[in-house]
Design a protein around this ligand. Structure first.
Ligand SMILES: [Zn+2]
Length: 241
Protein backbone atom coordinates (compact mmCIF):
# COMPACT_ATOMS: atom_id res chain seq x y z
CA UNK A 1 0.00 0.00 0.00
CA UNK A 2 1.40 3.40 -0.95
CA UNK A 3 1.82 5.78 1.93
CA UNK A 4 2.93 9.39 1.86
CA UNK A 5 4.17 11.15 5.00
CA UNK A 6 6.01 14.27 6.00
CA UNK A 7 9.02 13.62 8.25
CA UNK A 8 12.54 14.54 9.36
CA UNK A 9 15.63 12.38 8.76
CA UNK A 10 17.28 11.70 12.16
CA UNK A 11 19.70 8.88 11.28
CA UNK A 12 21.38 7.28 8.31
CA UNK A 13 23.26 4.01 8.07
CA UNK A 14 25.11 2.90 4.95
CA UNK A 15 23.97 -0.45 3.68
CA UNK A 16 25.62 -2.66 1.09
CA UNK A 17 27.53 -0.73 -1.56
CA UNK A 18 25.12 1.93 -2.65
CA UNK A 19 22.14 1.73 -0.35
CA UNK A 20 21.24 3.19 3.02
CA UNK A 21 18.69 2.83 5.76
CA UNK A 22 17.43 6.11 7.10
CA UNK A 23 15.35 6.70 10.21
CA UNK A 24 12.65 9.30 9.75
CA UNK A 25 10.62 10.86 12.55
CA UNK A 26 7.04 11.41 11.43
CA UNK A 27 3.90 12.77 13.10
CA UNK A 28 1.88 9.62 12.34
CA UNK A 29 4.28 6.69 12.78
CA UNK A 30 6.83 8.30 15.14
CA UNK A 31 10.08 6.64 13.98
CA UNK A 32 10.14 4.64 10.76
CA UNK A 33 13.04 2.98 8.93
CA UNK A 34 13.21 3.55 5.19
CA UNK A 35 15.34 1.57 2.81
CA UNK A 36 16.90 3.91 0.24
CA UNK A 37 18.17 2.20 -2.87
CA UNK A 38 21.05 3.90 -4.70
CA UNK A 39 21.57 6.34 -1.83
CA UNK A 40 25.23 6.92 -2.64
CA UNK A 41 24.77 7.39 -6.37
CA UNK A 42 24.87 11.05 -7.18
CA UNK A 43 22.32 10.40 -9.90
CA UNK A 44 19.79 9.18 -7.34
CA UNK A 45 16.90 11.60 -7.40
CA UNK A 46 16.25 10.97 -3.70
CA UNK A 47 19.68 11.90 -2.42
CA UNK A 48 18.84 15.57 -1.82
CA UNK A 49 15.82 14.83 0.34
CA UNK A 50 17.24 12.07 2.54
CA UNK A 51 20.19 13.73 4.31
CA UNK A 52 20.32 14.14 8.09
CA UNK A 53 17.92 16.91 9.31
CA UNK A 54 16.14 17.16 5.93
CA UNK A 55 12.41 17.65 6.30
CA UNK A 56 10.85 15.92 3.32
CA UNK A 57 7.76 14.22 1.96
CA UNK A 58 8.37 10.48 1.72
CA UNK A 59 6.47 8.08 -0.49
CA UNK A 60 6.91 4.41 0.41
CA UNK A 61 5.31 1.03 0.25
CA UNK A 62 3.87 0.41 3.71
CA UNK A 63 4.26 -3.09 5.04
CA UNK A 64 3.23 -3.23 8.72
CA UNK A 65 5.18 -6.43 9.45
CA UNK A 66 8.46 -5.28 7.95
CA UNK A 67 11.21 -3.53 9.93
CA UNK A 68 11.95 -1.25 7.00
CA UNK A 69 9.75 0.29 4.39
CA UNK A 70 11.04 0.67 0.87
CA UNK A 71 11.33 4.30 -0.16
CA UNK A 72 9.85 5.06 -3.55
CA UNK A 73 10.55 8.77 -3.67
CA UNK A 74 11.32 11.74 -1.45
CA UNK A 75 10.86 15.44 -2.06
CA UNK A 76 12.57 18.09 0.01
CA UNK A 77 10.52 20.57 2.07
CA UNK A 78 13.22 22.18 4.24
CA UNK A 79 16.91 21.26 4.20
CA UNK A 80 17.73 23.59 7.16
CA UNK A 81 20.47 25.42 5.29
CA UNK A 82 21.28 27.69 8.26
CA UNK A 83 22.22 24.64 10.33
CA UNK A 84 24.29 22.97 7.63
CA UNK A 85 26.49 26.05 7.17
CA UNK A 86 27.44 26.45 10.85
CA UNK A 87 29.60 24.03 12.82
CA UNK A 88 28.05 24.69 16.27
CA UNK A 89 24.53 24.38 14.91
CA UNK A 90 25.36 21.19 13.03
CA UNK A 91 26.80 19.63 16.19
CA UNK A 92 23.69 20.66 18.17
CA UNK A 93 21.44 19.26 15.40
CA UNK A 94 23.32 15.94 15.58
CA UNK A 95 22.63 15.77 19.32
CA UNK A 96 18.96 16.63 18.78
CA UNK A 97 18.66 13.84 16.18
CA UNK A 98 20.37 11.35 18.48
CA UNK A 99 17.96 12.23 21.28
CA UNK A 100 14.96 11.97 18.93
CA UNK A 101 16.21 8.51 18.01
CA UNK A 102 16.92 7.22 21.52
CA UNK A 103 14.91 9.14 24.13
CA UNK A 104 11.51 9.92 22.60
CA UNK A 105 9.30 6.85 22.33
CA UNK A 106 6.38 8.65 20.81
CA UNK A 107 4.95 12.07 20.03
CA UNK A 108 8.38 13.53 19.49
CA UNK A 109 7.72 15.11 16.12
CA UNK A 110 6.57 18.56 17.21
CA UNK A 111 9.50 19.12 19.59
CA UNK A 112 11.95 17.90 16.94
CA UNK A 113 10.53 20.07 14.18
CA UNK A 114 10.35 23.17 16.39
CA UNK A 115 13.91 22.62 17.59
CA UNK A 116 15.39 22.26 14.09
CA UNK A 117 13.35 25.13 12.64
CA UNK A 118 14.50 27.45 15.46
CA UNK A 119 18.09 26.21 15.29
CA UNK A 120 18.08 27.03 11.58
CA UNK A 121 17.36 30.72 12.08
CA UNK A 122 17.46 31.98 15.69
CA UNK A 123 20.40 33.85 17.22
CA UNK A 124 20.72 31.56 20.28
CA UNK A 125 21.61 28.01 19.17
CA UNK A 126 22.38 26.78 22.69
CA UNK A 127 19.02 28.01 23.98
CA UNK A 128 17.48 25.66 21.39
CA UNK A 129 19.72 22.79 22.53
CA UNK A 130 18.86 23.45 26.19
CA UNK A 131 15.13 23.65 25.65
CA UNK A 132 15.14 20.47 23.56
CA UNK A 133 17.17 18.59 26.19
CA UNK A 134 14.79 19.72 28.91
CA UNK A 135 11.74 18.67 26.85
CA UNK A 136 13.34 15.27 26.17
CA UNK A 137 13.89 14.76 29.92
CA UNK A 138 10.23 15.60 30.54
CA UNK A 139 9.08 13.32 27.67
CA UNK A 140 11.00 10.47 29.29
CA UNK A 141 9.37 11.18 32.67
CA UNK A 142 12.67 12.45 34.06
CA UNK A 143 11.93 16.17 34.22
CA UNK A 144 14.23 18.09 36.53
CA UNK A 145 12.49 19.18 39.76
CA UNK A 146 12.79 22.98 39.79
CA UNK A 147 9.75 23.72 41.98
CA UNK A 148 11.49 23.35 45.34
CA UNK A 149 13.92 21.21 47.26
CA UNK A 150 13.87 17.64 45.88
CA UNK A 151 14.38 16.25 49.37
CA UNK A 152 12.24 18.29 51.78
CA UNK A 153 10.06 20.34 49.40
CA UNK A 154 11.16 23.72 50.78
CA UNK A 155 10.78 26.51 48.25
CA UNK A 156 13.27 28.97 49.70
CA UNK A 157 17.03 28.89 50.19
CA UNK A 158 17.58 26.71 47.12
CA UNK A 159 21.34 26.48 46.70
CA UNK A 160 22.26 23.47 44.57
CA UNK A 161 21.31 21.06 41.84
CA UNK A 162 21.61 17.30 42.27
CA UNK A 163 21.45 14.63 39.56
CA UNK A 164 20.91 11.96 42.18
CA UNK A 165 18.03 13.82 43.86
CA UNK A 166 16.54 14.85 40.49
CA UNK A 167 16.71 18.63 40.82
CA UNK A 168 16.97 21.51 43.28
CA UNK A 169 18.30 21.07 46.81
CA UNK A 170 17.89 23.59 49.68
CA UNK A 171 20.58 24.94 51.96
CA UNK A 172 19.38 22.92 54.92
CA UNK A 173 19.43 19.57 53.07
CA UNK A 174 22.71 20.47 51.40
CA UNK A 175 24.36 20.74 54.81
CA UNK A 176 24.26 16.91 54.69
CA UNK A 177 25.00 16.46 50.98
CA UNK A 178 27.77 19.04 50.55
CA UNK A 179 27.00 19.57 46.84
CA UNK A 180 28.75 22.48 45.14
CA UNK A 181 26.66 25.60 45.62
CA UNK A 182 25.29 27.18 42.42
CA UNK A 183 24.63 30.88 42.12
CA UNK A 184 21.05 32.11 42.21
CA UNK A 185 21.14 33.41 38.62
CA UNK A 186 22.16 30.00 37.29
CA UNK A 187 19.43 28.23 39.26
CA UNK A 188 16.88 30.76 38.00
CA UNK A 189 17.92 29.99 34.40
CA UNK A 190 17.54 26.28 35.12
CA UNK A 191 14.01 26.93 36.36
CA UNK A 192 13.09 28.93 33.25
CA UNK A 193 14.42 26.37 30.75
CA UNK A 194 12.69 23.53 32.57
CA UNK A 195 9.34 25.33 32.61
CA UNK A 196 9.37 26.51 28.97
CA UNK A 197 8.41 24.86 25.70
CA UNK A 198 8.66 25.92 22.05
CA UNK A 199 5.32 27.79 22.10
CA UNK A 200 7.01 30.44 24.28
CA UNK A 201 10.43 30.29 22.64
CA UNK A 202 10.48 33.98 21.69
CA UNK A 203 9.95 34.92 25.34
CA UNK A 204 13.00 33.02 26.61
CA UNK A 205 15.46 34.68 24.22
CA UNK A 206 17.81 37.25 25.76
CA UNK A 207 17.63 35.71 29.26
CA UNK A 208 21.13 34.24 29.31
CA UNK A 209 20.02 30.72 28.40
CA UNK A 210 22.30 30.52 25.35
CA UNK A 211 24.93 28.76 27.42
CA UNK A 212 26.81 25.49 27.01
CA UNK A 213 27.05 25.16 30.83
CA UNK A 214 23.29 24.57 30.87
CA UNK A 215 23.63 22.11 27.96
CA UNK A 216 26.27 20.18 29.89
CA UNK A 217 24.06 20.05 33.01
CA UNK A 218 20.94 18.87 31.15
CA UNK A 219 22.87 16.31 29.07
CA UNK A 220 24.42 15.08 32.33
CA UNK A 221 20.95 14.44 33.77
CA UNK A 222 19.90 12.56 30.65
CA UNK A 223 23.04 10.45 30.71
CA UNK A 224 22.75 9.78 34.44
CA UNK A 225 19.17 8.51 34.21
CA UNK A 226 19.13 6.84 30.80
CA UNK A 227 22.71 5.61 30.72
CA UNK A 228 23.13 6.64 27.10
CA UNK A 229 26.49 7.92 25.94
CA UNK A 230 25.50 10.47 23.30
CA UNK A 231 28.23 10.30 20.65
CA UNK A 232 27.27 13.69 19.24
CA UNK A 233 27.69 15.31 22.65
CA UNK A 234 31.44 14.71 22.42
CA UNK A 235 31.77 17.00 19.38
CA UNK A 236 29.93 19.69 21.33
CA UNK A 237 32.36 19.24 24.22
CA UNK A 238 35.28 19.63 21.79
CA UNK A 239 33.83 22.83 20.34
CA UNK A 240 33.28 24.32 23.80
CA UNK A 241 36.58 23.32 25.37
ZN1 LIG B 1 15.53 20.56 51.49
Amino acid sequence: MNEQVNGIVIKQIDYKDNDAIITVYTPTYDRIGLYVRGYKKITSKNVYATQLIDESMFLFDYNPISRFQTLKSASLINEHKGIKSDYDRLAIAALICEIADTVYDEQGYDDLKSALDQLDKCSEPYTVANLYLSLALRAAGLGMNVDGCSICGATDNIVALSQQEGGFVCKNCNSQLHLPVSDAGYLRKMRIINKADFTVFDKILGLGLNSFDITRELAGFLKYYMDIDFRSFRSLLDINR
